[in-house]
Every structure is written in C-alpha cells, then in structure tokens.
Design a protein around this ligand. Structure first.
Ligand code: BJW
Length: 227
C-alpha cells in the first residue's frame, strides 16, 4: 500500500509550536500570515527576520511528540511506500526519527542567499545580517516559501499523489494552496482519503477523525502496523 502523508502546523502544536490560524493570533501586533510574504520582507526586513529568528530560537526548546514519532515508525514499516510531505518548516519530523521528509515550504534551519542563490544550513539569527558563507553578501533570507512563491518539489509530490492508495492529512487547515488541493489529486487517482485533525476542516475527505494529533496519529499508525 502506497501512502502519502501531508502534515501541517497542528502536528507540532502539542510540542509547543503555535499554529498559524488557531493561536491567540498576533505576533508583535502583526498577523503572522502578513509577515510570511515577500512584500512584508521588502517593506520591513527587520520585522520579518525577528519573526523567523524567534521561531528558530523556539525550535531549540521543543521536542518531537508522539505523532512525529508514530510517523517515523510508519516509515520503518512501509519504507519507500510512505511519502511524507510537510508544510512545516520545523525539523520535528527528522528529530522524531523520520528519514525522508519533503519540506514543501522550506526549512527554518536553512538560509538562502539572494545574491549567489546558495542555500546553507543555519542555526543562528539572520536579523544581524551575517555574510553568506559562499559569496560574502549580506543578503541571506530564511529559506522558506512565502505567499506568491512556488513551493519546493511539486512535481515529486504530484507523482506521489497520483500513485498513492491512501492520502492522509494531519493537522492542517486546508486553507493554503497547493497543499489544500492534494486531497483532490488523491481522489482523482482513486485513493482513499483520511483527515486527522483536532476539528474536521470540512474538506472532501472520505473519513475524518477528530482529536489531538498525539492521540489520533499513533492510534492510526498502530492500525496500519497491525494489518
Ligand atoms: C491540530 C492540533 C492538534 C491544531 N492536533 N490538529 C486563491 C485561490 C487559490 C489559491 C490562491 C488564491 N490566492 C492566492 C493563492 C495562492 C496562495 C494561497 O493559498 N493563498 C490562500 C491564503 C488562499 N498560495 C501560494 O501563494 C503558494 N504558492 C503557490 O500557489 O504557487 C503557485 C504554484 C503552486 C504549485 C505549482 C506551481 C505554482 C505558496 C504558499 C506558501 C505558504 N507559506 C506559509 C509560510 C511558510 C513559512 C512559515 O512557516 O512561516 O506556510 S503560510 C502558512 O500556512 C505556512 C503553513 O505551512 C501554511 C499552512 O498552514 P497550516 O499548517 O495548515 O496551519 P493552520 O494554522 O492553518 O492550521 C492548523 C490546523 O491544525 C488547524 O486545522 C487545527 O484544527 C489543527 N490543529 N492543533 C491536530 N493538537
């Protein structure tokens, strides 16, 4: 059985990382969604750097939870028949034991030089404009995908969706494209579809299980392992 799992901010919520749309809302008086755009970066790069620097720092203080760990067990069981694609820029899947994770919206612990186009592993702040290790330009930005930019590796994701038998979306509101359309690709391919979310999103999934990811995901994975 070929399975595609899509994860969103909800899977990391119980690790202590806020989601975009459920949380108490504002960050330094701004809607986080307004900060995640190239226009915001152009208008106020210091603000946008502060937002991502704070999140990169927070990442060092949180741990993967039972849902991330369950997906790592699923990978051990299914091997190459599991395709895990995440919208999250945190590294909790990797730290939870997953080896193959496709980060379609980039990674918090990576920096992209807008002058030489190189990408670098990055643990520190970017707000103080460190030079690019490749070319020396002070032009590093977070290596993340903002609104209006093209998510990474979409051809590969589409191939996996067209070939899958089951598509599972975990902890995502289904409000942001192209990830919001994955369920339709999977339906078009004749796959089963399952949503695991604190609350159903009203999407076109054949089956919806409501509840926290740390309970729902391990329970679902155990069902697959028992088959
Ligand atoms: C729990 C839980 C618990 C809580 N257990 N569950 C009009 C129509 C259609 C499309 C567009 C349109 N106008 C513009 C567009 C395109 C635009 C878009 O979608 N806009 C919408 C606002 C309409 N999209 C884009 O621009 C994308 N690019 C694009 O389309 O390029 C064209 C192209 C595509 C493909 C091929 C070729 C060309 C780019 C989108 C980039 C999004 N970037 C961000 C920021 C990334 C960096 C960062 O992290 O800061 O990605 S925005 C933000 O939203 C982030 C997230 O990954 C993304 C999705 O959020 P997510 O994960 O769903 O979080 P929430 O908070 O929304 O939901 C959390 C869920 O968890 C909730 O459902 C809770 O119930 C649940 N939950 N606790 C289980 N304990």
């Amino acid at each position: 059985m070929k399975v595609v799992v899509l994860t969103g901010a909800g899977i990391s919520a119980e690790s202590g990382l806020p989601t975009f749309r459920d949380a108490d809302g504002l960050w330094e008086g701004h809607d986080p969604m307004q900060v995640a755009s190239p226009e915001a970066f152009e208008d106020d790069p210091d603000l946008v750097h502060r937002f991502y620097d704070a999140r990169r720092t927070a990442l060092g203080r949180v741990q993967p939870n039972a849902a991330h760990q369950a997906l790592a067990r699923l990978e051990e069981h299914l091997g190459g028949d599991l395709y895990l694609v995440t919208q999250n820029i945190d590294d909790l899947h990797e730290r939870g034991g997953s080896r193959r994770v496709h980060h379609m919206h980039g990674r918090l612990r990576a920096a992209w030089c807008t002058v030489c186009d190189e990408r670098h592993h990055w643990e520190d702040d970017l707000g103080d404009r460190p030079p690019c290790p490749g070319c020396g330009a002070e032009a590093l930005r977070p290596d993340v995908v903002w609104f209006g930019e093209v998510p990474y590796g979409m051809d590969e994701v589409q191939r996996a969706l067209f070939e899958c038998d089951l598509f599972v979306a975990i902890g995502t509101s289904g409000l942001v494209y192209p990830a919001a359309a994955f369920v339709h690709y999977a339906i078009g391919a004749g796959a089963g579809t399952l949503e695991l979310n604190l609350e159903g999103t009203g999407g076109d999934f054949a089956q919806v299980r409501e509840g926290p990811a740390t309970e729902n995901v391990p329970a679902w994975v155990e069902e697959i392992l028992a088959r």
